[in-house]
Design a binder for this molecule. Sequence first.
Ligand SMILES: NC(=O)c1ccc[n+]([C@@H]2O[C@H](COP(=O)([O-])OP(=O)(O)OC[C@H]3O[C@@H](n4cnc5c(N)ncnc54)[C@H](OP(=O)(O)O)[C@@H]3O)[C@@H](O)[C@H]2O)c1
Length: 280
Amino acid sequence: MTSRALAVTGATGRLGGRVARRLAAAGVPQRLVVRDAARAPDLPGASVAVAEYGDAAAARAALDGVGTLFMVSASESPHRAAEHRSFVDAAVAAGVERIVYVSFYGAAPDATFTHARLHHETEEHLRSTGLATVMLRDNLYLDFMTALVGDDGVIRGPAGDGRVSAVAQDDIADAAVAILQDPAGHDGRVYDLTGPEELTLTEVAGILGAHLGRQVRYVEESVEEAYASRAHYGAPDWEVDAWVSTYTAIAAGEMAGVSPDVPELTGHPGTTLAELLARG
Ligand SMILES: NC(=O)c1ccc[n+]([C@@H]2O[C@H](COP(=O)([O-])OP(=O)(O)OC[C@H]3O[C@@H](n4cnc5c(N)ncnc54)[C@H](OP(=O)(O)O)[C@@H]3O)[C@@H](O)[C@H]2O)c1
């Protein structure tokens, strides 16, 4: 009996690339489903198929013969929910048995963070297919914490004194690879992938400042101030709503809490912010 293929999306990006490289290093054959074959990483044991999530015909062809699909969520856009639905439907049509989906911490219809509502919608669609599913509900990426700091050394937002348990992409990738090497053992599971610490933004600022060797501060904004201070970017409403609700979700306690899932899946403790920064 030939086993069905393992497909990995997002391999041209940061998280999917980490997963693909780890699978290759572990000798696991995989099919990289990418938008641009020329940008697919060249990895031993990997083949390449081309599909954009929203292109149902291409996705169905790219997923032909696939048993397990590791699905990184699409880049943020107003079409993201439709792209996810289309790709999941193509997977069903192609006969995929299981989808391991990169969701978001606290995914719920009434989540404060707007993208967490989108992830809930995708999770619901996945469950409605009857396929085996594994949800990886990642907290904010620890790797992006430095991006919160403005040129003036200030982290601004309406996060109050809420806490965030951001998770390193390396730890998510380790957890994903542990699952993908024995996926049936994880069917139906919903994992909360967090870091090992929950930090206020004042604490985040202190750790970033110590690493950068300059003062970094957190300055609390009201919701109105947060919209006003981001207006000059000229970004569409849905995007500004996502930016601001990242902070209001922290204030509401929806990004807090340390889960045991990273250490239990990977066999090692999660990475702290100071450790990640020290790695360079
Ligand atoms: N938890 C968080 O803090 C957080 C923060 C930001 C984003 N995210 C989500 O996490 C995902 C992975 O993060 P990342 O850092 O790895 O992002 P990334 O480096 O931008 O990689 C995203 C990957 O997904 C692929 N992709 C995006 N939209 C697609 C579509 N419509 N159809 C097919 N492939 C598509 C990209 O392909 P191309 O190379 O062709 O673009 C790329 O390979 C993001 O896509 C986003 O949904 C989470």
